[in-house]
Design a protein around this ligand. Structure first.
Ligand code: CAA
Length: 385
């Protein structure tokens, strides 16, 4: 289908597709098996300008947007969803600064992040604050011209490989979500510690780690926005970043379908390629149709977000929900088409199924996405009365 990409967007897609084919795919199985985060690939992504797509030109980026980030994520995820996160999770970590940072913070941090000289990460989730992000306990206590942060963040993508962390912590615990504030924390600040490294089912080429703040001293000028605005900064960030997960899911689904079509054309059973069996054809047709429907929604949502439309939370949640459910379904069917071979690690397809699962979970489980969508519908209906 034609999504009427501009010349610039088509060139970006072709560039990332080439990088994915030539540099990422040959490494994907090894990185997955050994759980390696590849700095060599980060260097290639940085040299190709991929870290700057969401950063305004004034701060060293290319001033593109969520659609371009979606294009990058989709193309990389066709080859390896784990590797995709080296770019996408850095964008997630940058969004709080881009959305709510002041001029000084943007000038100080964005140029090097846009260059890919450093990576960023986003720290919201805690052991007791997953879906219920408002239950966070990490504390930020003012001490003169610093805040002292104490607490533990878990499942942090790019944890341990990022230099810049955008962190949500409570400045006024009595006030709940209205008592949270957002901070920019460097990994070289005193009291910043790395915790447990996670051993994951999928996206094993990405780094996921606990981040511990142990009397971590953060300068007051690193607070993003006013005290008490942190939860809103986090929610606005997720509104912008969820299409990134959706497009990662889309890439996983497309990558799995491409492998399934190739396999079906060459695998002979009952004296013919299984692609000539109607049962397989119907599966492939459904997979392709579901992917195209998800792609249409992801691109539409990304375009809406880039045009500064109102109520982007609803479409952002919708595209993440749909694309990740499609990825799970398509990758499960792709393994089915490979049959017994699909279950074996000798073949590349089982990785796609393992990688797909996380897209239904992170940046808000799909149950949370449904909550966000339903609340927005109900709020809209109430406002019309
Ligand atoms: N934009 C701006 N403000 C928003 C907002 C949005 N999209 N959504 C909520 N808010 C505001 C509300 O207006 C409200 O403000 P007031 O106090 O002024 O009225 C405040 O935030 C609290 O909102 P709610 O009452 O709706 O909050 P809640 O406690 O019911 O939670 C939730 C809402 C949507 C369930 C939220 O907790 C949520 O998104 N949970 C999922 C968390 C999540 O996605 N985590 C992913 C972490 S990142 C990650 O996974 C990446 C990685 O590295 C692995």
């Amino acid at each position: 289908m034609d999504y009427f990409l501009t010349e610039e967007q088509t060139a970006l897609r072709d560039l990332v597709r080439k990088i994915a084919d030539e540099k990422v795919r040959p490494l994907a199985a090894k990185l997955d098996r050994e759980g390696i985060f590849s700095w060599d690939l980060v260097k290639i992504f940085a040299e190709s300008g991929l870290y700057g797509v969401v950063v305004p030109e004034a701060y060293g980026g290319t001033g593109q947007g969520v659609l371009e980030l979606a294009i990058v994520s989709e193309e990389l995820a066709k080859a390896c969803a784990g590797v995709t996160l080296a770019v996408a999770a850095s964008a997630l970590g940058m969004f709080p600064i881009i959305i709510s940072g002041n001029e000084e913070q943007k000038n100080r941090y964005l140029p090097e992040l846009a260059e890919g000289k450093h990576l960023a990460a986003f720290c919201l989730t805690e052991p007791e604050a997953g879906s219920d992000a408002g239950s966070l306990r990490t504390r930020a206590k003012r001490d003169g011209d610093h805040y002292i942060l104490n607490g533990t963040k878990v499942f942090i993508t790019n944890g341990g490989v990022a230099h810049i962390y955008t962190v949500i912590a409570l400045t006024d615990p009595e006030k709940g979500t209205r008592g949270a504030s957002a901070f920019i924390v460097q990994d070289d600040y005193p009291g910043f510690k790395l915790g447990k490294e996670e051993d994951k089912m999928g996206i094993r080429a990405s780094a996921t780690r606990e981040i511990i703040f142990d009397d971590c001293r953060v300068p007051v000028e690193n607070r993003i926005g006013r005290e008490g605005e942190g939860f809103k900064v986090a929610m606005k960030t997720l509104d912008k970043s969820r299409p990134g997960v959706a497009s990662q899911a889309l890439g996983i689904a497309q990558g799995a379908l491409d492998l399934a079509v190739d396999y079906a054309r060459t695998r002979v059973q009952f004296g013919q390629p299984i692609a000539s069996l109607q049962g397989i054809q119907f599966m492939l047709a459904d997979m392709a149709t579901q992917i195209e429907a998800a792609r249409a929604l992801v691109y539409a949502a990304a375009r809406m977000i880039d045009s500064d439309a109102r109520n982007i939370g609803q479409v952002s949640a919708m595209c993440k929900l749909m694309a990740s459910d499609v990825a799970m379904k398509v990758t499960t069917d792709a393994v089915q088409i490979f049959g017994g071979y699909g279950y074996m690690r000798d073949y590349p397809i089982e990785k796609f199924m393992r990688d797909a699962k996380i897209t239904q979970i992170y940046e808000g489980t799909n149950q949370i996405q449904r909550m966000v969508i339903a609340r927005s519908l109900i709020r809209d209906a109430a406002s019309k009365k």
